[in-house]
Design a protein around this ligand. Structure first.
Ligand SMILES: NC(=O)c1ccc[n+]([C@@H]2O[C@H](COP(=O)([O-])OP(=O)(O)OC[C@H]3O[C@@H](n4cnc5c(N)ncnc54)[C@H](OP(=O)(O)O)[C@@H]3O)[C@@H](O)[C@H]2O)c1
Length: 380
């Protein structure tokens, strides 16, 4: 087996740094050919000095100049889409809609996409789907739940016809069990205290509102072609069962491991083989219990909003995701209370124009329009 060339978009983030950590442990199986970031000049310079990529993409102009000066001989570009040209597999660890160009360019070039950036698939499902038919193009999910389902489906001869439903597990986030009233004044610090995972701020807030699970429901629909009626969410506070598939004969197959994102990252990089380094092995002598409960959708209404947008289809998921990004940023900046996040998204979705996208420009337009409405709701 030859060396696999890897490019990492979002290399300075939680997914990006864990990808590099896995690569460091995998005995020269992978070569890092590209790195991409938003603004973190010093961090990507340090990564580039260690990993010697051929290209570094930096979105922010000032940061790009700084990186170019520090890395003579390295091609420093603005466009993350370039990363796919040199790689066999691209890890999309960018946060938010900004990851769209990486998703599109990787599939267009017929490469494997190790997809953590769920927002691009959710917002642009209708224009991303046809790219999956390009020879060599493949999406291997990095999101732990979808990676689990991907693994469970491999146990089926005809997963398309034999699946009854997908069961996405959710930790429930830091506010599981709390009433709506008791959540009125929660702080950013409290929302960022995830009980089982250490992740970037946006996805951590999304976990606290259950929007992350809502986005994952749409992601599962896009990845596996499953109807929304056949995707259920089960709260499982220990985050050991990463998701499950129920087959037509009633059998349920689950994937279990301790919470460690390096397992799904390694799975996506090594696919179709298994990684040789184990992550998240379970110590069965200390694993006392596994609990399951239904999600509280009266308190965590974002989950309902996501199902609603997913069922509407077209550009509704793009609107949902864009409004959520605006609301979460406003919460993280101290502009709004946590409890206003679903209100902003709901009010934005009320304005959805019903556009059915056919080209990527339709998605860009939908994203921009939804952001504008969400900002209007914020300032009203
Ligand atoms: N973290 C997890 O465990 C986890 C699990 C499942 C799924 N995911 C998904 O993975 C994605 C990344 O999450 P994360 O937690 O790793 O986020 P994060 O820690 O906030 O890192 C985000 C990365 O994206 C880069 N970035 C931001 N804006 C950019 C832009 N405009 N152009 C290019 N790069 C940009 C950042 O660069 P700078 O450093 O320069 O800002 C950083 O490298 C999200 O879609 C998330 O939902 C994450």
């Amino acid at each position: 087996m030859g060396i696999t060339r890897v490019a990492i978009a979002g290399s300075t983030g939680s997914i990006g740094t864990q990808t590099l950590d896995y690569i460091a442990q995998s005995d020269g199986q992978f070569e890092v050919v590209g790195l991409g970031v938003g603004t973190s000049a010093q961090a990507v310079i340090a990564q580039a000095k260690q990993w010697k990529p051929k290209v570094v993409a930096v979105a922010d102009e000032a940061a790009r100049k700084e990186v170019a000066q520090a890395l003579p001989g390295v091609e420093v570009v603005s466009d993350q889409a370039v990363l796919a040209e040199l790689a066999d597999v691209v890890v999309n660890g960018v946060v938010g809609f900004a990851g769209l160009s990486v998703t599109m360019s990787t599939l267009r070039l017929g490469k494997r996409l190790a997809l953590a950036n769920k927002e691009s698939l959710i917002a642009a499902g209708p224009v991303v789907q046809p790219l999956r038919n390009i020879a060599g193009a493949d999406i291997v999910p990095v999101d732990s739940e979808h990676c689990a389902i991907h693994q469970c489906l491999r146990s089926s001869i005809d997963s398309g016809r034999e699946v009854n439903r997908l069961l996405l597990t959710a930790s429930g986030g830091p506010f599981r069990g709390r009433s709506r009233e008791s959540l009125a004044n929660v702080t950013v610090e409290e929302a960022l205290k995830h009980p089982t995972w250490s992740m970037g701020p946006k996805i951590t807030v999304d976990s606290s509102t259950l929007m992350n699970k809502g986005l994952e429901v749409i992601e599962a629909h896009e990845l596996f072609g499953t109807d929304f009626d056949d995707i259920d969410v089960v709260v499982h506070p220990q985050s050991v069962v990463h998701s499950m598939v129920e087959f037509t004969d009633g059998a349920v197959i689950a994937q279990l491991s301790m919470p460690d994102m390096r397992l799904p990252i390694a799975y996506a990089l090594s696919y179709p083989n298994r990684a040789s380094v184990p992550f998240g092995s379970i110590d069965w002598s200390t694993l006392a219990r596994l609990d399951f409960e239904v999600p509280d959708t009266q308190t965590f209404t974002c989950l309902n909003l996501a199902y609603q947008a997913g069922r509407t289809g077209g550009t509704a998921p793009a609107w949902l995701s864009a409004a959520n990004e605006v609301a979460v940023e406003a919460f993280l900046n101290g502009q709004i209370m946590w409890s206003r996040i679903p209100e902003v998204i709901d009010a934005t979705l009320q304005q959805h124009d019903g556009l059915v996208p056919t080209i990527v420009e339709d998605i860009l337009h939908a994203d921009a329009l939804a952001r504008r409405f969400a900002l209007q709701v914020l300032s009203a």
